[in-house]
Design a binder for this molecule. Structure first.
Ligand code: AKG
Ligand code: FE2
Length: 387
């Protein structure tokens, strides 16, 4: 990448005005939910506090190549904090090694995803809210679910009246309306249709959507402020070593809507991130080539270190491909986590993300003693057509 590109533009991403947590907040409880294979710890107080210092550096605008529009935070999270966050998330989050079949030249081919993945969230057509509970005084209407209120048990069949209603007695909090981390709890969250607030029916989704656990929710909030964008999906990749990778692709599916903004955070080992323009017929616009002294086919190579973040936005996804290539060499490459924050607008997005990032195989978890991922359980039969 040229010096000109590197120095081209700077934007002053302002630091947050409202802290994500204060020093006096008690450590929050682990996030639990019927769709999680195990409770997921919340961020330790020191990491929550450190997130108040984000973004750690100014974002650089990368838009001097045709159709490219990215913000590059180098870093978004200070390196030391980012490494601690890497170790925390690797230890606390359930991962999957997804195998799926795809047509290649008309033939079904088995694809082994070359990295661990996991995903949380639901598309815009639905939302998570605390399960409503029956008002004990008159037996009708619904009260806001609180930790002490009587709430429907997870998985309990809905009664005839179990829809949240728009009345004074009805109050339920959408996952996105919590304004303090202390209030953010996944335990009693259930899924509703945005259109009419009715509970999601079994079969709407091929795989039960999972609420974003508190630790990733905190991170999401921080990144939403910095990027002035809201997200409803958090996808996590874990690259064990230089052998794990992601092939050239673009995140331009229709379920993300027009010109999606995707924030991509790197934690742990440094890896190369390659960007190349989608194939386009020559001759290229001579004016553009003259301006940039680069042909649109020239590759951009960024070294993403721990804490760095790229926001890909505007026309980027529809025109550029990106990848993390395998890294060979004598020096072993350590583990790396990548977290992307996205916004899916229709159920097809939810189905796609759970299919390719959770799938149906076993659950993997980091084993600190062995220093490797271990398969902790073949999946409990949690997902056959449940909402
Ligand atoms: O690991 C990365 O930096 C990129 C991940 C990515 O492109 C994706 O998950 O779509
Ligand atoms: Fe991607």
């Amino acid at each position: 990448m040229s010096k000109r590109t590197l120095d081209a533009f700077f934007s002053t991403a302002s630091k947050r005005t409202k802290p994500a947590s204060s020093q006096n907040d008690p450590p929050t409880a682990p996030s639990k939910h019927e769709t999680y294979p195990f409770p997921i710890a919340s961020l330790p107080a020191n990491l929550q506090l450190a997130l108040n210092e984000t973004p750690a550096g100014k974002a650089r605008v990368m838009n001097d190549r045709p159709d490219l529009d990215c913000l590059y935070f180098q870093p978004y999270i200070p390196r030391g904090t980012a490494n601690e966050l890497f170790r925390f998330l690797r230890a606390e989050i359930p991962f999957y090694r997804v195998v799926y079949f795809a047509k290649r030249g008309g033939v079904d081919v088995q694809i082994n995803t070359p990295r661990y993945t996991t995903v949380f969230g639901v598309d815009e057509s639905a939302f998570f809210a605390e399960a409503p509970s029956v008002d004990s005084e008159n037996g009708e209407g619904y009260a806001a679910a609180t930790p002490t209120a009587k709430t429907a048990k997870p998985g309990e069949e809905k009664s005839t009246n179990s829809q949240p209603k728009h009345s004074e007695k009805t109050s339920y909090k959408s996952q996105n309306t919590h304004d303090s981390e202390k209030e953010y709890k996944t335990n009693n969250l259930r899924l509703y249709n945005k259109k009419d607030n009715t509970p999601i029916q079994p079969g709407k989704y091929g795989h039960s959507p999972r609420p974003i656990p508190a630790c990733l929710h905190t991170l999401k909030k921080s990144i939403e402020i910095a990027t002035k964008t809201t997200y409803n999906f958090v996808l996590v990749n874990y690259y064990t070593n230089g052998n794990d990778s992601i092939a050239f692709h673009s995140d331009d599916e229709r379920f993300l809507g027009h010109e999606p903004s995707i924030a991509s955070l790197s934690l742990g080992a440094e890896r190369e991130f390659l960007l190349k323009h989608k194939p386009q017929p020559a001759p290229w616009n001579p004016a553009t080539v003259e301006k940039t002294k680069q042909s649109p086919t020239d590759m951009i190579k960024l070294l993403l270190g721990s804490g760095d973040m790229i926001l890909m936005r505007g026309s980027t996804q529809s025109n550029w491909l990106h990848s993390i290539p395998k890294r060979k060499g004598k020096v072993p490459v350590g583990g790396r986590i990548n977290i992307t924050f996205r916004r899916a607008v229709v159920p097809a997005g939810t189905d796609n993300y759970y299919h390719y990032n959770v799938g149906s195989g076993g659950v993997w978890r980091w084993d600190a003693v062995k220093g490797e991922m271990v398969e902790i359980a073949s999946r409990k039969d949690e997902d056959k057509g449940k909402g």
